[in-house]
Write a protein that binds this ligand. Sequence first.
Ligand code: SF4
Length: 213
Amino acid sequence: MIKLIEIFASIQGESTYAGLPCIFIRFAECNLRCNYCDSKYTYITRFKKSIEEILSEIENWKHIKLVEITGGEPLLQKEIYPLFQALHLSGYKILLETNGSMSLKEVPEYVVKIIDVKCKGSGEENSFLTENLLYINGKKDEIKFVLSDRKDFDFAVSFIIKKQLQNNKIIFSTVFNRLEPQTLADWILKSEINVRLQLQMHKYIWDPEKEGV
Ligand code: SF4
């Protein structure tokens, strides 16, 4: 059984897939405690479902074939691997949102990984598992930095250069209500790296505190 928080359909808001209708399967529990966490409700399990029950529930949205597994931290639960397989066999495109601290070694190639590298402003700056860089496919996977301030921006730029990630899909996002999008846009334009500025789209469409969107 998989420990869950919610299953819902919404608009994908935090990757290069932003704007597309997407089914979200939100796993319970997280091994980190970022100080800006907007998903604290994921720390405690709400309900459990089998893979068969999950597949049956998401069939309610017949027209949506994009599924994101998010959390919490989904890779804490080993049952995620048979779920990947079942979703893949059922024809879904799978996105995995992960906080970067768990090994990506066993994640199948058909899964699009969206991987956080936590910056100092999060309070979890040493959580990234460096060996994960070996398992990132630069053509499809995405590396995300959620930035609180200029120190975080400089850290992210220096990380990208040091680890030679310039040819990967890189997303710079702001901590909501902590760093103004316009400020980040100015910094990106004045820097010498090509990254994608990404805002948490669902927070602009709906109430930023709303769950299940
Ligand atoms: S990794 Fe995500 S869910 Fe976990 S504490 Fe950080 S922001 Fe919250």
